[in-house]
Design a protein around this ligand. Sequence first.
Ligand code: SF4
Length: 314
Amino acid sequence: MVEDIRFEDFHVEFPGKDGTATVANHISVTFEKGKITGLIGESGSGKSILGMSILRLLPGSAKVHGHCYYGDEDLFLVDMKRMRQIRGKEIAVIPQNPSEALNPIRKIGNQLTEALLEHHLLQKKPAQERVSQILSCFGFQEANEIMSKYSFEMSGGMNQRVISVLGLACKPNWLIADEPTKGLDAIVRNQVLDVLKKAAKETTGSMLVITHDLKLAERLCDNICVLYAGNILEQGKGKEIFEEPKHPYTQGLFLSMPDRGMHPIKGYASERNGAINRCPFAERCSYKMDICEAEFPPEISISETRKVRCFLYA
Ligand code: SF4
């Protein structure tokens, strides 16, 4: 049965030579089943940390605290046997950079059927038929021909579609797509958008899309979480956030979009060491007040569906 994914007090630090870097700061958030949620923000905002932690895919050096519930189960506490059942079968990842994720010395067909065989869902022949059927859904007319190819024989867009088929092969309840349009040209980006829409239809429609591609997020996502420096600064319905962003960071992020003037936010996010006792966006914010330098802003509900972490709405 498909369930919401719910983080409670999720906190991640990486120890380093110059101290401990906080990459997720006590985040509590629920991703609704049946909805596509976009995690957006600049590089280093913590969106991939949040997404990849669900399947415990963070590097071993990460110090992870808090909880990630899938139904009643805390995914941070389940044993590896259970985690292997969940990975691919219940929650699947479409990794970024398909050319790297696919093994160049194994035929596509073998890689695609492997997940079905590994989870003992099907025998080899029906597994190949299932994969062939999904390949057709994703626009590959000659599925058998594709299954006999290697990844280096195909274009970036074709590999992106193949990696999406890999994510979908076991009919997972949840899909996590990690930077699905990174490094792709405009034509292939549009193909990826179609792929993800199809993927939502093929599955329960429960999806997390980690992306710096704001246009993709605007066209695809039901809900949006805006991350900055390891914090969620704004969350709500995608349509309302893109129509009327409330947080100064979200406003700045959108003004950097080509069709909204392409005005980048001044400055850079600074390193986060130790406890954060001020607004993380204060040094770049034009609306900064004294309190913003003295206290960490609370998360404020400004409507039934909208939350903003900013003193302007206190
Ligand atoms: Fe700007 Fe203050 Fe709001 Fe932070 S809390 S975004 S500094 S106004």
